[in-house]
Design a protein around this ligand. Structure first.
Ligand code: COA
Length: 163
């Protein structure tokens, strides 16, 4: 059974991330989407909120689970009994950073390998920050995120978020 971990900040999950989750869930037996509890970034959404949004948009995939983690990624991968890390490559600019991470992780944990999926061309320019910036200026983000996520961003930015 091939268990993969797809890690990231997911602040919030975009359609680019969703594309990677959908495609990796078709290849792997199980995919654990791992939300980083990252103190070095100031997120718009709490870890719990990010996990909830991911759960809501992925609930129709029976082999996808969403969890949060802190500390080293490879420790979490081992805790999950997973052997694979999935990462999306959007453009050549992602490559150097991703190569460094994959190689470092492989040195720390030789039994863990990283698999790269090329991001759908439709989303190769996308990032969570860009979505938040467009939303902050009142722009239409419906082409970039799930409707449910768009609603949560709007609520968060207008202070009408019930959470
Ligand atoms: N579609 C759309 N956007 C994408 C994307 C895709 N397929 N893939 C990445 N992105 C965007 C994200 O939205 C994010 O945008 P933002 O910076 O505007 O928030 C950006 O690309 C970075 O992606 P993300 O997956 O969040 O990477 P990260 O660099 O924040 O985190 C971890 C990467 C979690 C894998 C890494 O930080 C980690 O492993 N941390 C744990 C500590 C550790 O083990 N460190 C040693 C590593 S060698």
């Amino acid at each position: 059974m091939t268990v993969a971990v797809y890690p990231g900040s997911f602040d919030p999950v975009t359609l680019g991330h969703f594309d990677i989750i959908e495609r990796s869930s078709a290849i792997m037996d199980k995919v654990i989407v791992a939300v980083l509890n990252n103190n070095s970034k100031t997120p718009l959404f709490s870890v719990e909120e990010r996990v909830k949004m991911l759960v809501d948009v992925t609930r129709h995939f029976p082999n996808v689970e969403v969890r949060s983690f802190g500390g080293l990624l490879v420790d979490f991968v081992q805790e999950c009994h997973a052997g694979v890390i999935v990462r999306g490559l959007r453009a050549v600019t992602d490559f150097e950073y991703e190569l460094q991470m994959a190689q470092t992780n492989h040195v720390i944990a030789p039994e863990v390998d990283t698999v790269f999926l090329t991001t759908n061309l439709k989303y190769s320019y996308l990032s969570s920050s860009i979505v938040k910036e467009i939303a902050m200026y009142g722009g239409d983000i419906s082409a970039f995120v799930h409707p449910l996520v768009a609603e949560r961003i709007r609520a968060k930015l207008t202070g009408t978020d019930p959470q």
